[in-house]
Design a protein around this ligand. Sequence first.
Ligand code: 5GP
Ligand code: MN
Length: 340
Amino acid sequence: MDKIQRLHEILTISRRVVIVTHTKPDADALGSSLGLWGFLTQTGHSCTVITPSDYPGFLRWMPGSKAVHVVNRNQPDSQIRAEQLIGEAEIIFCLDFSNLKRIEALEQPVRNAGAIKVMVDHHLEPESFSDFDFWDVTSASTASLVLKLIEDLSGKEYIGKDIANCLYAGLMTDTGGFRHSNTGAHEFNVAARLIQYGAEPSKVASSVYDSNSLNRLQLTGYVLCNKLTVLPEFHTAYMCITRSELDRFKAQTGDTEGLVNYGLSIEGVKLAVLMHDRDGEVKMSLRSTGAFSVNEMSRKHFKGGGHRNAAGGTSAESLEDTLKKLISILPEYRDELNKD
Ligand code: 5GP
Ligand code: MN
């Protein structure tokens, strides 16, 4: 029996299900989770989405978001409740990550849980921890994999506007609005299918992209004007944003998302890095064009990873020392960054 048939069989009776996604979830993480949540709740399962941290305000429109259990590190009860849900679950779906480190304080509870674990993801170099893998590094988004999973589980009839909009948001953002090199005929085909199921492209795009606060836009303006540095020798652009700068613009979760792409939009730049203070460490976002792998760079130097052209990482050092480290490792990549 193949894995879809086995999973289908497991889901023939009502199950206690937890869906967990990575910390600081983006539209693909939350959209794929809520898309799957919509399907599983409609098919009679008792299902909760858990996020290891809060998520950006521009994702609050997603149907089902009010039912998400958000772990807040300042509220121990929220962690206790998450551990209870994970402990009682019969099935745990792990969406848009394949390295348990990505779920922070939920790592051990999920690792130790007796539930059947199902991983659905498209990031490089997955960890082996699950009973069922729906892992495809060639997929532009986890949302596309969730759509296929629901279809393969004979769930087409349950996919309406709400599920389709959540999944469309994941596909739209992980392809950079259908502009990144991961966008091909298949992605447009997935988008077309989602629209046939009821997705509303223009509504989703404006909910995600046109819901800036004035503070967020002003933070963007400030960073572009004052904090963007180009190192032509290394075809690299970087931005460092301190805690006090974030505070000055009352930055909320998600307010720095997408900023790194401005660095990459400069002609000749092949590597862009955004660094900012977050929760006592430095959070890094790395983007590249062509063959240059930020996944490799981030894994080697910044305890992170992701995709070849989009990765994240962290540093326990200060912002200043993290920047020094970045600058010190660039010569290692000089030849690669100077290739055509
Ligand atoms: P972002 O820079 O937008 O946070 O993340 C870019 C990509 O890298 C996303 O696919 C994200 O899931 C992944 N990513 C972000 N931070 C980390 C990290 O610390 N570790 C790993 N392995 N992946 C990350
Ligand atoms: Mn993704």
